[in-house]
Design a protein around this ligand. Structure first.
Ligand code: AR6
Length: 175
């Protein structure tokens, strides 16, 4: 299989991929947006796994830019990789590096798990307020860099609606 990047619209909870990524918060206890959708679709096994990670690895919460994996519960994916994106109005000077780190750490985690497909939502561009065009360029660069390093992975960017997909595609044309 050749490494590839796919840009599509859809509900990430329905993706048939080895790993789907969750735009979580540092508590790992669920929330709104894609986080809420993933916990609802996957069921309580995900929250149980997150509680163990908090207790054993991150008692103070998962730091921004890091990534951890759990079961995907009842969803078609095998794993959920939870990462915490930066809150745009609180990350001054470090926003781009932290957002890139979410993508890179999630990709590395997927590779460690032996995954050949991973699906990303647009991390931080909802409740966390990251401007979508800027986030698009950072996300794409981080993924491209990982694939250029010789990793064999199919990477999907899954947008909840076609407007967001268009913004992403346009941002890449102008970069
Ligand atoms: N499939 C794909 N994308 C989705 C889905 C879905 N089912 N649902 C939403 N999106 P957000 P953030 C898109 O707010 O900005 C939570 O409360 C959505 O349209 O989910 O990183 C967490 O617990 C947007 O483009 O994540 C945190 O507290 C993108 O997913 C906080 O929100 C990300 O929006 C994280 O905020």
């Amino acid at each position: 299989m050749r490494p590839s990047i796919i840009i599509k619209t859809g509900d990430i909870t329905k993706e048939k991929a080895c790993a789907i990524v969750n735009a979580a918060n540092s508590s790992l206890m669920g929330g709104g947006g894609v986080d809420g959708a993933i916990h609802r679709a996957g069921g309580s096994q995900i929250l149980e796994a997150c509680r163990i990670i908090r207790k054993e690895q991150y008692p103070d919460g998962l730091p921004t830019g890091e990534a951890v994996a759990t079961t995907a519960g009842k969803m078609p994916a095998e794993y959920v990789i939870h990462t915490v994106g930066p809150i745009y109005h609180q990350c001054d000077g470090k926003c781009a590096a932290l957002l890139a780190s979410c993508y890179t750490h999630s990709l590395k985690k997927a590779a460690q798990l032996g995954c050949r497909e991973i699906a990303f939502p647009a991390i931080s561009t909802g409740i966390y307020g990251y401007p979508k065009e800027e986030a698009a360029k950072i996300a794409y660069e981080a993924v491209k860099c990982f694939l250029d390093d010789g990793h064999t992975m199919e990477v999907r960017f899954v947008f909840h609606n076609s407007d967001d997909k268009e913004i992403f595609e346009k941002a890449l044309q102008h970069s």
